[in-house]
Ligand binder design. Structure first.
Ligand code: HEM
Ligand code: HEM
Length: 171
């Protein structure tokens, strides 16, 4: 699904957003616990300490940025295309990587959308579904990282290198 299949590199924007999302997800991992307290306190009307409030709002802001960054990446990929999948990779690995990428995009969009929907409606069930996606996201990320390392060390393709910042990228 792209308008331009002639690229040999990811765009700079795509690479920047890829690593921005990585940093944001690490942030969500670190302060996620505080959001649970912030959410419970807000629903039940408890007094909350300042740190919990600040990190609770941080969770909302960083999470919304993940949603925006993932949407912009998809748009960039649609408009500018993606570099071809590396040659020399067996079909099963190619299929697995495609399925993992689709699922990653789906969770990166649906998870924050559910969080926002929970927040703006005060619906605890939606918050529950939001939280439920955390472990699948971690599993997908784990699989994705293994795949990226396998590309580099086992299949010896240039896939990892071309996603690294500082390598020559299409504008
Ligand atoms: C991809 C982006 C996001 C990730 C990875 C993420 C991750 C997490 C994690 C790890 C937790 C804590 C789970 C736990 O320790 O049990 C959590 C809780 C929560 N998050 Fe997010 N979050 C994201 C975006 C958002 C956004 C944009 C909102 C909007 C308000 C939001 C609202 C919530 C709420 C309300 C909870 C508490 C749920 C509960 O206690 O049942 N999240 N999130
Ligand atoms: C929060 C963690 C991460 C998330 C959510 C994530 C997400 C994604 C997604 C959705 C794609 C697909 C791009 C597309 O087809 O449009 C991608 C590509 C890629 N990611 Fe990640 N990624 C993460 C961490 C990492 C890490 C730690 C590495 C390196 C070890 C990595 C290496 C790559 C590579 C090399 C590609 C390009 C694969 C290809 O050319 O087909 N990613 N990433």
């Amino acid at each position: 699904m792209s308008l331009d299949n002639s690229r040999t590199h990811w765009t700079r924007l795509n690479v920047f957003l890829h690593w921005t999302i990585v940093v944001l997800i690490i942030g969500q991992w670190i302060e996620g616990e505080f959001m649970v307290d912030f959410w419970d306190g807000t629903l039940e009307g408890h007094a909350l300490d300042q740190l919990t409030v600040v990190l609770g709002y941080t969770h909302i802001v960083l999470g919304t940025l993940v949603l925006v960054a993932a949407a912009v990446r998809l748009l960039d990929r649609f408009v500018n295309g993606r570099p071809p999948h590396a040659e020399g990779e067996p079909t099963w690995a190619l299929t697995l990587s495609k399925v993992t990428h689709v699922l990653l995009y789906a969770v990166l969009l649906v998870m924050p959308a559910l969080g926002l929907a929970a927040w703006f409606t005060g619906n605890d069930d939606l918050a529950g579904y939001h939280t439920l996606l955390w472990n699948p996201l971690l599993a997908l990320i784990g699989l994705h990282i293994l795949g990226a390392l396998a590309q580099h060390f086992w299949f010896k393709t240039g896939a990892l290198k071309r996603m690294l910042p500082g390598i020559r990228h299409a504008s």
